[in-house]
Design a protein around this ligand. Structure first.
Ligand SMILES: Cc1cc2nc3c(=O)[nH]c(=O)nc-3n(C[C@H](O)[C@H](O)[C@H](O)COP(=O)(O)OP(=O)(O)OC[C@H]3O[C@@H](n4cnc5c(N)ncnc54)[C@H](O)[C@@H]3O)c2cc1C
Length: 506
Protein backbone atom coordinates (compact mmCIF):
# COMPACT_ATOMS: atom_id res chain seq x y z
CA UNK A 1 0.00 0.00 0.00
CA UNK A 2 1.14 3.55 -0.73
CA UNK A 3 1.89 5.87 2.17
CA UNK A 4 0.44 8.76 0.19
CA UNK A 5 -1.83 8.98 -2.85
CA UNK A 6 -1.41 12.11 -4.94
CA UNK A 7 -4.06 13.02 -7.51
CA UNK A 8 -2.73 15.11 -10.40
CA UNK A 9 0.61 15.04 -12.21
CA UNK A 10 0.85 18.79 -12.75
CA UNK A 11 3.93 20.63 -11.42
CA UNK A 12 2.55 20.66 -7.87
CA UNK A 13 1.74 16.95 -7.63
CA UNK A 14 5.04 15.99 -9.21
CA UNK A 15 7.10 18.15 -6.84
CA UNK A 16 5.23 16.80 -3.84
CA UNK A 17 5.78 13.23 -5.07
CA UNK A 18 9.52 13.86 -5.39
CA UNK A 19 9.78 15.39 -1.94
CA UNK A 20 7.91 12.52 -0.27
CA UNK A 21 9.80 9.89 -2.23
CA UNK A 22 13.13 11.47 -1.21
CA UNK A 23 12.25 10.48 2.37
CA UNK A 24 11.70 6.88 1.23
CA UNK A 25 7.88 6.98 1.31
CA UNK A 26 5.81 4.91 -1.12
CA UNK A 27 4.02 7.42 -3.32
CA UNK A 28 1.47 6.81 -6.08
CA UNK A 29 0.43 9.60 -8.46
CA UNK A 30 -2.96 9.18 -10.17
CA UNK A 31 -3.34 11.25 -13.36
CA UNK A 32 -6.20 11.21 -15.86
CA UNK A 33 -4.04 12.23 -18.86
CA UNK A 34 -1.65 9.88 -20.59
CA UNK A 35 0.51 12.47 -22.37
CA UNK A 36 1.57 16.08 -21.86
CA UNK A 37 0.29 18.72 -24.25
CA UNK A 38 2.89 21.24 -25.47
CA UNK A 39 0.06 23.81 -25.71
CA UNK A 40 0.95 24.85 -22.18
CA UNK A 41 -0.76 27.36 -19.93
CA UNK A 42 2.41 28.33 -18.05
CA UNK A 43 5.33 29.63 -20.07
CA UNK A 44 7.33 31.39 -17.34
CA UNK A 45 8.93 29.54 -14.45
CA UNK A 46 9.68 31.92 -11.58
CA UNK A 47 13.12 32.08 -9.94
CA UNK A 48 11.56 30.58 -6.80
CA UNK A 49 11.07 27.29 -8.68
CA UNK A 50 14.72 27.21 -9.71
CA UNK A 51 15.73 27.81 -6.10
CA UNK A 52 13.54 24.88 -4.98
CA UNK A 53 15.04 22.67 -7.69
CA UNK A 54 18.57 23.81 -6.73
CA UNK A 55 18.03 22.68 -3.14
CA UNK A 56 17.41 19.17 -4.50
CA UNK A 57 20.18 19.26 -7.14
CA UNK A 58 18.00 19.29 -10.29
CA UNK A 59 17.91 22.97 -11.38
CA UNK A 60 20.37 22.67 -14.24
CA UNK A 61 18.26 20.32 -16.35
CA UNK A 62 15.46 22.96 -16.43
CA UNK A 63 17.91 25.77 -17.20
CA UNK A 64 19.31 23.71 -20.09
CA UNK A 65 15.79 23.30 -21.51
CA UNK A 66 14.61 26.93 -21.19
CA UNK A 67 15.47 30.56 -21.90
CA UNK A 68 16.60 32.64 -18.88
CA UNK A 69 14.86 36.00 -18.38
CA UNK A 70 16.39 38.49 -15.95
CA UNK A 71 13.44 40.83 -15.50
CA UNK A 72 9.70 40.50 -15.02
CA UNK A 73 6.87 42.97 -15.40
CA UNK A 74 4.49 43.93 -12.58
CA UNK A 75 1.04 44.56 -14.00
CA UNK A 76 2.58 45.13 -17.44
CA UNK A 77 4.86 47.83 -16.05
CA UNK A 78 7.15 49.40 -18.67
CA UNK A 79 9.90 49.48 -16.01
CA UNK A 80 10.55 45.83 -15.24
CA UNK A 81 11.47 44.25 -11.91
CA UNK A 82 15.14 43.28 -11.97
CA UNK A 83 16.32 39.86 -10.83
CA UNK A 84 19.92 39.91 -9.62
CA UNK A 85 22.23 38.24 -7.12
CA UNK A 86 21.66 41.27 -4.89
CA UNK A 87 17.86 41.37 -5.13
CA UNK A 88 17.13 37.62 -4.92
CA UNK A 89 20.34 36.34 -3.26
CA UNK A 90 20.09 32.99 -5.04
CA UNK A 91 22.26 30.86 -7.29
CA UNK A 92 19.92 31.36 -10.25
CA UNK A 93 18.61 34.93 -10.07
CA UNK A 94 16.42 34.69 -13.15
CA UNK A 95 13.19 33.19 -14.30
CA UNK A 96 12.95 30.77 -17.19
CA UNK A 97 10.77 30.68 -20.25
CA UNK A 98 9.90 26.99 -20.48
CA UNK A 99 6.53 25.48 -21.40
CA UNK A 100 4.70 23.79 -18.54
CA UNK A 101 4.59 20.52 -20.52
CA UNK A 102 8.40 20.46 -20.64
CA UNK A 103 8.63 21.19 -16.92
CA UNK A 104 6.20 18.37 -16.19
CA UNK A 105 8.05 15.87 -18.38
CA UNK A 106 11.39 16.70 -16.73
CA UNK A 107 9.81 16.23 -13.29
CA UNK A 108 8.16 12.95 -14.34
CA UNK A 109 11.55 11.68 -15.54
CA UNK A 110 13.13 12.39 -12.13
CA UNK A 111 10.13 10.92 -10.29
CA UNK A 112 10.37 7.71 -12.31
CA UNK A 113 14.11 7.44 -11.65
CA UNK A 114 13.46 7.83 -7.92
CA UNK A 115 10.70 5.22 -7.81
CA UNK A 116 7.46 7.22 -7.72
CA UNK A 117 4.62 5.04 -9.03
CA UNK A 118 2.37 6.56 -11.72
CA UNK A 119 -1.12 5.55 -12.78
CA UNK A 120 -1.70 7.53 -15.98
CA UNK A 121 -5.10 7.39 -17.69
CA UNK A 122 -6.78 7.05 -14.27
CA UNK A 123 -9.51 9.52 -13.25
CA UNK A 124 -10.67 9.85 -9.65
CA UNK A 125 -14.46 9.81 -9.41
CA UNK A 126 -15.18 8.92 -5.78
CA UNK A 127 -13.70 9.24 -2.30
CA UNK A 128 -14.38 7.88 1.18
CA UNK A 129 -12.43 9.03 4.24
CA UNK A 130 -12.34 7.35 7.65
CA UNK A 131 -10.10 7.67 10.71
CA UNK A 132 -7.40 5.37 9.23
CA UNK A 133 -7.19 6.63 5.68
CA UNK A 134 -8.82 7.43 2.39
CA UNK A 135 -10.16 5.20 -0.39
CA UNK A 136 -10.40 6.56 -3.91
CA UNK A 137 -12.67 5.21 -6.58
CA UNK A 138 -10.89 5.54 -9.92
CA UNK A 139 -12.14 5.15 -13.48
CA UNK A 140 -9.55 3.61 -15.80
CA UNK A 141 -9.23 4.33 -19.55
CA UNK A 142 -10.81 1.00 -20.53
CA UNK A 143 -13.96 1.98 -18.61
CA UNK A 144 -13.32 -0.29 -15.61
CA UNK A 145 -13.15 1.01 -12.05
CA UNK A 146 -10.83 0.27 -9.18
CA UNK A 147 -10.33 1.35 -5.55
CA UNK A 148 -7.06 2.63 -4.08
CA UNK A 149 -6.49 3.12 -0.35
CA UNK A 150 -3.78 4.99 1.58
CA UNK A 151 -3.42 6.65 4.97
CA UNK A 152 -3.04 10.09 3.34
CA UNK A 153 -4.40 11.74 0.19
CA UNK A 154 -3.27 14.94 -1.50
CA UNK A 155 -5.37 16.59 -4.22
CA UNK A 156 -3.10 18.38 -6.69
CA UNK A 157 -5.79 18.21 -9.34
CA UNK A 158 -6.09 21.81 -10.43
CA UNK A 159 -8.71 24.54 -10.10
CA UNK A 160 -11.65 22.24 -10.81
CA UNK A 161 -10.32 19.76 -8.21
CA UNK A 162 -12.47 16.65 -7.78
CA UNK A 163 -10.71 15.95 -4.48
CA UNK A 164 -11.58 19.39 -3.10
CA UNK A 165 -15.22 18.92 -4.05
CA UNK A 166 -15.46 15.35 -2.71
CA UNK A 167 -13.79 16.45 0.54
CA UNK A 168 -16.43 19.21 0.87
CA UNK A 169 -13.82 21.97 1.03
CA UNK A 170 -15.40 25.26 -0.03
CA UNK A 171 -13.78 27.40 -2.72
CA UNK A 172 -15.26 30.88 -2.42
CA UNK A 173 -14.20 33.86 -4.52
CA UNK A 174 -15.20 35.92 -7.51
CA UNK A 175 -16.09 34.88 -11.04
CA UNK A 176 -14.14 36.30 -13.98
CA UNK A 177 -14.99 39.84 -15.02
CA UNK A 178 -12.21 40.40 -17.54
CA UNK A 179 -10.64 38.15 -20.14
CA UNK A 180 -7.17 38.18 -21.64
CA UNK A 181 -5.80 36.13 -24.51
CA UNK A 182 -2.60 34.30 -25.35
CA UNK A 183 -1.08 33.17 -28.63
CA UNK A 184 2.13 31.11 -28.99
CA UNK A 185 3.43 32.13 -32.41
CA UNK A 186 6.42 32.19 -34.71
CA UNK A 187 7.71 35.66 -35.63
CA UNK A 188 9.77 37.04 -38.50
CA UNK A 189 10.79 40.21 -36.63
CA UNK A 190 11.61 39.13 -33.04
CA UNK A 191 11.96 41.77 -30.30
CA UNK A 192 15.52 42.07 -28.91
CA UNK A 193 14.24 41.51 -25.35
CA UNK A 194 10.93 40.77 -23.57
CA UNK A 195 8.49 43.63 -24.10
CA UNK A 196 5.60 44.69 -21.85
CA UNK A 197 3.41 47.55 -23.02
CA UNK A 198 0.47 49.16 -21.26
CA UNK A 199 -1.36 52.05 -22.91
CA UNK A 200 -4.84 53.34 -23.71
CA UNK A 201 -5.60 50.28 -25.86
CA UNK A 202 -4.61 47.76 -23.19
CA UNK A 203 -1.60 45.62 -22.34
CA UNK A 204 0.53 43.49 -24.63
CA UNK A 205 3.48 41.21 -23.81
CA UNK A 206 5.87 39.34 -26.07
CA UNK A 207 8.76 37.08 -24.98
CA UNK A 208 10.37 33.81 -26.09
CA UNK A 209 8.31 30.72 -25.20
CA UNK A 210 11.36 28.53 -24.62
CA UNK A 211 10.08 25.99 -27.14
CA UNK A 212 11.62 25.88 -30.63
CA UNK A 213 11.45 29.44 -32.03
CA UNK A 214 8.01 30.24 -30.64
CA UNK A 215 7.12 33.44 -28.80
CA UNK A 216 4.47 33.76 -26.08
CA UNK A 217 2.26 36.78 -26.73
CA UNK A 218 -0.53 37.84 -24.36
CA UNK A 219 -2.93 40.74 -24.36
CA UNK A 220 -5.74 42.40 -22.45
CA UNK A 221 -7.78 44.58 -24.80
CA UNK A 222 -9.48 47.38 -22.84
CA UNK A 223 -12.33 47.73 -25.32
CA UNK A 224 -13.34 44.03 -25.29
CA UNK A 225 -11.93 42.61 -22.03
CA UNK A 226 -15.33 42.67 -20.27
CA UNK A 227 -17.09 40.56 -22.89
CA UNK A 228 -17.01 36.80 -22.15
CA UNK A 229 -15.29 35.31 -25.22
CA UNK A 230 -17.05 32.72 -27.34
CA UNK A 231 -13.85 31.50 -29.07
CA UNK A 232 -10.06 31.71 -28.83
CA UNK A 233 -8.49 34.66 -30.68
CA UNK A 234 -7.38 34.25 -34.29
CA UNK A 235 -3.84 35.11 -35.39
CA UNK A 236 -5.34 38.19 -37.08
CA UNK A 237 -6.85 39.30 -33.73
CA UNK A 238 -3.43 38.92 -32.09
CA UNK A 239 -1.60 40.77 -34.87
CA UNK A 240 -3.99 43.69 -35.02
CA UNK A 241 -3.85 44.13 -31.22
CA UNK A 242 -0.02 44.02 -31.32
CA UNK A 243 -0.08 46.80 -33.92
CA UNK A 244 -2.64 48.80 -31.93
CA UNK A 245 -0.56 48.70 -28.73
CA UNK A 246 3.04 48.55 -29.95
CA UNK A 247 2.88 49.83 -33.54
CA UNK A 248 4.06 46.52 -35.09
CA UNK A 249 3.06 42.86 -35.29
CA UNK A 250 6.57 41.31 -35.14
CA UNK A 251 5.67 39.21 -38.20
CA UNK A 252 3.53 36.87 -36.05
CA UNK A 253 2.40 33.72 -37.87
CA UNK A 254 1.80 29.95 -37.54
CA UNK A 255 0.23 29.84 -34.04
CA UNK A 256 0.97 26.75 -31.97
CA UNK A 257 -2.26 27.53 -30.16
CA UNK A 258 -4.32 30.45 -28.92
CA UNK A 259 -6.48 30.68 -25.81
CA UNK A 260 -8.34 32.98 -23.43
CA UNK A 261 -8.07 33.27 -19.66
CA UNK A 262 -10.00 35.17 -16.99
CA UNK A 263 -9.49 36.79 -13.61
CA UNK A 264 -11.58 34.26 -11.66
CA UNK A 265 -10.15 34.37 -8.15
CA UNK A 266 -10.79 31.77 -5.46
CA UNK A 267 -9.18 30.49 -2.25
CA UNK A 268 -10.10 27.26 -0.43
CA UNK A 269 -11.50 27.88 3.06
CA UNK A 270 -9.18 25.19 4.43
CA UNK A 271 -6.30 23.39 2.72
CA UNK A 272 -6.91 20.31 4.91
CA UNK A 273 -9.81 18.06 5.74
CA UNK A 274 -8.63 15.30 8.09
CA UNK A 275 -6.37 12.98 6.07
CA UNK A 276 -6.91 14.95 2.86
CA UNK A 277 -4.97 18.01 1.71
CA UNK A 278 -5.40 20.27 -1.30
CA UNK A 279 -2.28 21.81 -2.80
CA UNK A 280 -1.49 24.16 -5.71
CA UNK A 281 -4.30 25.21 -8.03
CA UNK A 282 -6.63 22.79 -6.24
CA UNK A 283 -6.45 25.22 -3.29
CA UNK A 284 -6.31 28.54 -5.14
CA UNK A 285 -7.04 30.24 -8.44
CA UNK A 286 -6.00 33.70 -9.62
CA UNK A 287 -5.30 35.77 -12.73
CA UNK A 288 -2.06 34.50 -14.31
CA UNK A 289 -0.27 37.81 -13.74
CA UNK A 290 3.48 37.71 -13.39
CA UNK A 291 3.85 33.91 -13.70
CA UNK A 292 3.24 33.04 -10.04
CA UNK A 293 1.16 29.85 -10.38
CA UNK A 294 3.82 27.16 -10.49
CA UNK A 295 6.11 28.64 -7.85
CA UNK A 296 3.13 29.03 -5.52
CA UNK A 297 2.10 25.39 -5.97
CA UNK A 298 5.69 24.21 -5.46
CA UNK A 299 5.92 26.12 -2.20
CA UNK A 300 2.62 24.68 -1.00
CA UNK A 301 4.01 21.23 -1.78
CA UNK A 302 7.34 21.92 -0.04
CA UNK A 303 5.54 23.26 3.01
CA UNK A 304 3.36 20.16 3.34
CA UNK A 305 5.96 17.56 2.35
CA UNK A 306 8.34 17.72 5.32
CA UNK A 307 5.43 17.88 7.77
CA UNK A 308 3.80 14.76 6.29
CA UNK A 309 7.19 13.01 6.30
CA UNK A 310 7.76 13.81 9.98
CA UNK A 311 4.30 12.49 10.88
CA UNK A 312 4.46 9.36 8.69
CA UNK A 313 7.94 8.52 9.99
CA UNK A 314 6.54 8.77 13.51
CA UNK A 315 8.93 11.49 14.65
CA UNK A 316 5.95 13.66 15.61
CA UNK A 317 2.81 12.16 17.08
CA UNK A 318 -0.50 12.96 18.74
CA UNK A 319 -1.56 16.53 19.19
CA UNK A 320 1.82 17.84 17.93
CA UNK A 321 1.32 15.97 14.65
CA UNK A 322 -2.12 17.51 14.26
CA UNK A 323 -0.75 20.99 14.96
CA UNK A 324 2.10 20.53 12.51
CA UNK A 325 -0.21 19.35 9.73
CA UNK A 326 -2.67 22.18 10.45
CA UNK A 327 0.19 24.68 10.15
CA UNK A 328 0.29 23.85 6.42
CA UNK A 329 -3.12 25.47 6.08
CA UNK A 330 -2.31 28.43 8.35
CA UNK A 331 1.00 29.25 6.68
CA UNK A 332 0.01 28.73 3.04
CA UNK A 333 -3.43 30.37 3.24
CA UNK A 334 -1.72 33.51 4.55
CA UNK A 335 0.86 33.34 1.74
CA UNK A 336 -1.90 32.86 -0.83
CA UNK A 337 -3.84 35.86 0.41
CA UNK A 338 -0.74 37.91 -0.46
CA UNK A 339 -0.32 36.27 -3.89
CA UNK A 340 -3.98 36.93 -4.64
CA UNK A 341 -3.60 40.55 -3.54
CA UNK A 342 -0.65 40.88 -5.91
CA UNK A 343 -2.61 39.48 -8.86
CA UNK A 344 -5.66 41.66 -8.07
CA UNK A 345 -3.43 44.74 -7.91
CA UNK A 346 -1.76 43.77 -11.18
CA UNK A 347 -5.16 43.25 -12.80
CA UNK A 348 -6.10 46.81 -11.80
CA UNK A 349 -2.88 48.07 -13.42
CA UNK A 350 -3.60 46.04 -16.57
CA UNK A 351 -7.02 47.62 -16.90
CA UNK A 352 -6.75 51.40 -16.39
CA UNK A 353 -10.23 51.89 -17.82
CA UNK A 354 -10.98 55.11 -15.95
CA UNK A 355 -8.88 58.21 -15.15
CA UNK A 356 -8.43 57.25 -11.48
CA UNK A 357 -7.03 53.81 -12.29
CA UNK A 358 -4.86 55.25 -15.04
CA UNK A 359 -3.42 57.79 -12.58
CA UNK A 360 -2.81 55.06 -9.99
CA UNK A 361 -1.07 52.90 -12.59
CA UNK A 362 1.20 55.82 -13.55
CA UNK A 363 2.18 56.35 -9.93
CA UNK A 364 2.82 52.63 -9.29
CA UNK A 365 4.95 52.42 -12.43
CA UNK A 366 6.92 55.47 -11.25
CA UNK A 367 7.49 53.84 -7.85
CA UNK A 368 8.68 50.61 -9.47
CA UNK A 369 11.66 52.52 -10.83
CA UNK A 370 12.75 53.12 -7.21
CA UNK A 371 15.42 50.44 -6.43
CA UNK A 372 14.09 49.40 -3.01
CA UNK A 373 10.51 49.03 -4.25
CA UNK A 374 11.76 47.18 -7.30
CA UNK A 375 13.64 44.79 -4.98
CA UNK A 376 10.66 44.28 -2.67
CA UNK A 377 8.27 43.48 -5.53
CA UNK A 378 10.67 41.23 -7.40
CA UNK A 379 11.15 39.06 -4.30
CA UNK A 380 7.40 38.80 -3.87
CA UNK A 381 6.55 37.99 -7.47
CA UNK A 382 9.28 35.37 -7.87
CA UNK A 383 8.24 33.40 -4.77
CA UNK A 384 10.68 34.65 -2.11
CA UNK A 385 8.62 37.23 -0.23
CA UNK A 386 5.55 35.48 1.19
CA UNK A 387 4.28 36.69 4.54
CA UNK A 388 4.44 34.23 7.43
CA UNK A 389 2.25 33.97 10.55
CA UNK A 390 3.52 36.20 13.36
CA UNK A 391 4.05 34.76 16.82
CA UNK A 392 3.84 37.50 19.43
CA UNK A 393 4.35 41.19 18.84
CA UNK A 394 8.01 41.21 17.92
CA UNK A 395 9.06 38.69 15.35
CA UNK A 396 12.38 38.82 13.56
CA UNK A 397 11.88 39.88 9.94
CA UNK A 398 13.79 36.79 8.76
CA UNK A 399 11.39 34.32 10.41
CA UNK A 400 9.36 32.52 7.76
CA UNK A 401 11.31 33.92 4.83
CA UNK A 402 13.07 31.58 2.42
CA UNK A 403 16.77 31.43 3.09
CA UNK A 404 18.66 33.53 0.55
CA UNK A 405 21.74 35.77 0.64
CA UNK A 406 23.68 33.08 2.54
CA UNK A 407 26.79 31.36 1.19
CA UNK A 408 29.27 28.76 2.44
CA UNK A 409 32.84 29.23 1.20
CA UNK A 410 31.56 31.84 -1.25
CA UNK A 411 29.00 29.48 -2.85
CA UNK A 412 25.35 28.60 -2.49
CA UNK A 413 25.93 24.91 -3.36
CA UNK A 414 27.09 23.56 0.04
CA UNK A 415 23.88 24.79 1.72
CA UNK A 416 21.76 23.37 -1.11
CA UNK A 417 23.57 20.05 -0.92
CA UNK A 418 22.90 19.82 2.82
CA UNK A 419 19.15 20.46 2.49
CA UNK A 420 16.67 17.60 2.35
CA UNK A 421 13.05 16.92 3.20
CA UNK A 422 13.86 15.41 6.61
CA UNK A 423 16.76 17.66 7.61
CA UNK A 424 16.93 21.02 9.36
CA UNK A 425 20.04 23.19 9.06
CA UNK A 426 21.53 25.02 12.02
CA UNK A 427 23.83 27.77 10.83
CA UNK A 428 26.07 29.34 13.47
CA UNK A 429 28.28 32.29 12.61
CA UNK A 430 29.84 32.91 16.01
CA UNK A 431 32.33 30.40 17.40
CA UNK A 432 31.41 31.14 21.02
CA UNK A 433 27.84 30.06 20.28
CA UNK A 434 28.55 26.86 18.44
CA UNK A 435 29.00 24.60 21.45
CA UNK A 436 26.00 26.04 23.30
CA UNK A 437 23.66 25.62 20.33
CA UNK A 438 24.87 22.11 19.55
CA UNK A 439 24.12 21.14 23.13
CA UNK A 440 20.65 22.72 23.10
CA UNK A 441 19.73 20.97 19.85
CA UNK A 442 21.45 17.67 20.66
CA UNK A 443 18.18 15.67 21.20
CA UNK A 444 17.30 16.33 17.55
CA UNK A 445 20.85 16.03 16.19
CA UNK A 446 20.11 13.08 13.90
CA UNK A 447 17.89 15.32 11.76
CA UNK A 448 20.00 18.48 11.92
CA UNK A 449 23.01 19.40 9.78
CA UNK A 450 25.32 21.94 11.35
CA UNK A 451 27.29 24.70 9.70
CA UNK A 452 29.71 26.43 12.04
CA UNK A 453 32.11 29.37 11.75
CA UNK A 454 34.86 27.07 10.44
CA UNK A 455 32.67 26.41 7.37
CA UNK A 456 33.23 30.04 6.30
CA UNK A 457 29.59 31.17 6.23
CA UNK A 458 28.94 34.62 4.83
CA UNK A 459 25.67 36.47 4.48
CA UNK A 460 25.01 39.52 2.38
CA UNK A 461 22.10 41.95 2.46
CA UNK A 462 20.85 44.12 5.33
CA UNK A 463 18.34 41.53 6.51
CA UNK A 464 21.21 39.44 7.92
CA UNK A 465 22.83 42.31 9.87
CA UNK A 466 23.81 41.07 13.33
CA UNK A 467 22.58 37.50 12.79
CA UNK A 468 24.70 35.01 14.70
CA UNK A 469 22.66 31.85 14.21
CA UNK A 470 19.63 30.59 12.30
CA UNK A 471 17.60 27.38 12.10
CA UNK A 472 16.34 26.52 8.62
CA UNK A 473 13.48 24.10 7.90
CA UNK A 474 13.51 21.48 5.11
CA UNK A 475 11.41 23.81 2.93
CA UNK A 476 14.22 26.38 3.25
CA UNK A 477 12.20 28.68 5.53
CA UNK A 478 14.04 30.29 8.44
CA UNK A 479 12.30 29.24 11.63
CA UNK A 480 14.59 30.64 14.36
CA UNK A 481 17.13 33.46 14.40
CA UNK A 482 19.56 34.73 16.99
CA UNK A 483 20.62 38.28 16.25
CA UNK A 484 23.04 40.00 18.60
CA UNK A 485 25.12 43.07 18.36
CA UNK A 486 27.17 42.58 21.51
CA UNK A 487 28.05 39.33 23.28
CA UNK A 488 26.78 35.77 23.22
CA UNK A 489 25.85 35.96 26.90
CA UNK A 490 22.58 37.50 25.72
CA UNK A 491 21.55 34.10 24.41
CA UNK A 492 19.46 33.55 27.52
CA UNK A 493 17.16 30.64 28.49
CA UNK A 494 14.10 32.30 26.99
CA UNK A 495 15.83 32.41 23.59
CA UNK A 496 16.95 28.78 23.76
CA UNK A 497 13.41 27.87 24.82
CA UNK A 498 12.12 29.26 21.52
CA UNK A 499 14.82 27.29 19.67
CA UNK A 500 13.80 24.09 21.50
CA UNK A 501 10.16 24.74 20.63
CA UNK A 502 11.09 24.97 16.94
CA UNK A 503 13.21 21.80 17.25
CA UNK A 504 10.12 19.91 18.42
CA UNK A 505 8.93 20.08 14.78
CA UNK A 506 11.99 18.08 13.74
C1 LIG B 1 -3.40 31.20 -19.44
C2 LIG B 1 -2.55 30.82 -18.27
C3 LIG B 1 -1.22 31.14 -18.26
C4 LIG B 1 -0.42 30.80 -17.17
N1 LIG B 1 0.89 31.15 -17.18
C5 LIG B 1 1.66 30.84 -16.13
C6 LIG B 1 3.05 31.13 -16.15
O1 LIG B 1 3.58 31.68 -17.12
N2 LIG B 1 3.80 30.77 -15.06
C7 LIG B 1 3.24 30.14 -13.98
O2 LIG B 1 3.96 29.84 -13.02
N3 LIG B 1 1.94 29.83 -13.95
C8 LIG B 1 1.13 30.15 -15.00
N4 LIG B 1 -0.17 29.79 -14.99
C9 LIG B 1 -0.70 29.03 -13.84
C10 LIG B 1 -0.23 27.57 -13.88
O3 LIG B 1 -0.56 27.00 -15.13
C11 LIG B 1 -0.88 26.80 -12.75
O4 LIG B 1 -0.72 27.51 -11.55
C12 LIG B 1 -0.26 25.40 -12.60
O5 LIG B 1 -0.61 24.61 -13.70
C13 LIG B 1 -0.76 24.73 -11.33
O6 LIG B 1 -0.21 23.45 -11.25
P1 LIG B 1 -0.97 22.30 -10.47
O7 LIG B 1 -0.08 21.12 -10.56
O8 LIG B 1 -1.39 22.80 -9.14
O9 LIG B 1 -2.33 22.05 -11.28
P2 LIG B 1 -2.50 21.59 -12.80
O10 LIG B 1 -1.35 22.00 -13.62
O11 LIG B 1 -3.86 22.06 -13.21
O12 LIG B 1 -2.49 20.00 -12.74
C14 LIG B 1 -3.60 19.27 -12.29
C15 LIG B 1 -3.49 17.84 -12.83
O13 LIG B 1 -4.52 17.06 -12.23
C16 LIG B 1 -5.09 16.21 -13.23
N5 LIG B 1 -6.45 15.88 -12.80
C17 LIG B 1 -7.49 16.74 -12.63
N6 LIG B 1 -8.57 16.09 -12.19
C18 LIG B 1 -8.22 14.78 -12.07
C19 LIG B 1 -8.92 13.61 -11.63
N7 LIG B 1 -10.20 13.65 -11.23
N8 LIG B 1 -8.26 12.43 -11.64
C20 LIG B 1 -6.96 12.36 -12.04
N9 LIG B 1 -6.25 13.43 -12.46
C21 LIG B 1 -6.87 14.64 -12.45
C22 LIG B 1 -5.03 17.06 -14.49
O14 LIG B 1 -5.10 16.27 -15.66
C23 LIG B 1 -3.69 17.77 -14.34
O15 LIG B 1 -2.63 17.04 -14.91
C24 LIG B 1 -0.99 30.12 -16.07
C25 LIG B 1 -2.35 29.79 -16.07
C26 LIG B 1 -3.13 30.13 -17.17
C27 LIG B 1 -4.59 29.76 -17.14
Amino acid sequence: MSDVLIVGAGPTGLWLALELRAAGLNVTVIERNTTRDIRSRAAAMAAGCLEAFATRGIAQRFIDAGVPIRSVHFGSSPTRLQMSRESLGTKHPHSLMIPQAVTEQLLIDVCEQKGVKFLFGHTVVGLVQNSDGVTLNVEIRDGSKSDFTAPWLVGCDGTKSTIRKLANIEFPGTEGTIWGWLADVLVTDPPPHPISINNKSGSFLIQPLGYKDYYRTTGVNLSTMGVPPSAPPTIEDAKSFAIETSGKDYGMHSPLWTSRFSNTTRLATNFRSGRIFVVGDAAHQFFPAGGQGITTGLQDAANLAWKLVAVIQGRITGVHAEELLDSYNTERRLALQAVIKSTLAQTALYTPDNPQRAALADIVYELIAHPNINKLLVRRITGFGDPFPQEGDEQDSLIGSRVTHLEVQGRFDPLHAAMSVDTFLLVVMDDKLEGILREVTNPWASNIKYFGPSDDIKSFGQQWDGVKAALIRPDARITWVWRATSSHEQLNPSITKVLKKQCKQI
